[in-house]
Write a protein that binds this ligand. Structure first.
Ligand code: BTN
Length: 257
């Protein structure tokens, strides 16, 4: 565990009026934020924790949440578009995290549809979106100051510290993250998801021209990515010329041949 506790007050003073709850240890911030949303919590409410003992990842996986070294937050989003949150809001949350990491740490990340944030070919952050009543809950996990990972995920995961060669302020990162999330929510409220899709396509090396393998609920799809459709789903051209629309699943680079 890091020797320094997270200073939630330093973040609160930057966002007057916003509820930012911070816990030493929780199972997962997701059900806590979902309960608050069900009870009427305001847009922008944040639930964060130093440690998650049952951190949730996408596709039923767990999220490794080392105590004191990561940013583990769930944010209640009550934008009018919450009902159609996937994948537009998910993609926006990825852009927000990518931008926050650049601003706070000076590190350039890649995005892999729908919501993996990568440095090189390893994941430094991930996003889990769930819907609770009329609100979306954006769960964002960033590996900030981890110096190593358990052997079973070490080949897949990295941290900002491992990539940048020094420790970073988690408070500064959360301030940038909340500012970016606010920016993208306002953008979607004003202009819909079209600008998000355009930006995501620009900022993700996976969006076009990458040979990928996708594990979808209905089987494996392999082919070359061809951008996003109007809803934000990934298009993949398979070797037999079919254009597949990926609505869910895990994307990874195909082995070179
Ligand atoms: C993924 O699989 O890439 C999504 C990971 C999401 C992790 C975050 S950490 C904060 C929030 N609480 C959770 O239990 N999960 C999300």
């Amino acid at each position: 565990m890091s020797s320094r506790c997270f200073d939630a007050e330093a973040v609160r003073v930057r966002f007057p009026g916003r509820v930012i709850l911070w816990f030493d240890s929780v199972g997962s911030t997701m059900p806590l934020a979902a309960r608050l949303a069900a009870e009427g919590a305001a847009h922008g409410t944040v639930v964060g924790a130093e440690e998650q003992t049952a951190g949730q990842g996408r596709l039923g996986r767990s999220w490794y949440s080392e105590p004191g070294n990561g940013l583990y937050v769930s944010i209640v989003l009550r934008a009018a578009h919450a009902a159609g949150a996937f994948p537009g809001l998910t993609l926006a949350a990825g852009l927000a995290a990518q931008e926050a990491i650049l601003r706070a740490c000076g590190l350039h990340c890649d995005l892999r549809w729908p919501n993996d944030i990568l440095i090189g070919d390893k994941k430094c952050a991930g996003i889990l979106l769930s819907i609770e009543g009329g609100a979306a809950i954006a769960g964002i996990g960033i590996n900030v100051n981890h110096s190593c990972f358990p052997p079973e995920i070490a080949h897949l995961a990295t941290s900002l510290r491992l990539a940048g060669g020094r420790e970073f302020s988690r408070e500064k990162l959360l301030v940038e993250l909340l500012e970016s999330v606010d920016f993208y929510c306002e953008m979607i409220g004003r202009e819909g998801i079209e600008p998000v899709l355009r930006l995501f396509t620009q900022m993700s090396s996976y969006a076009r021209g990458r040979r990928v393998v996708v594990e979808t609920p209905s089987g494996i799809v392999e082919g070359i990515t061809e951008g996003l459709d109007a809803q934000g789903f990934l298009r993949v051209r398979t070797d037999n010329g079919r254009l597949e629309r990926i609505m869910a699943g895990g994307v990874r680079p195909a082995a070179l041949r």
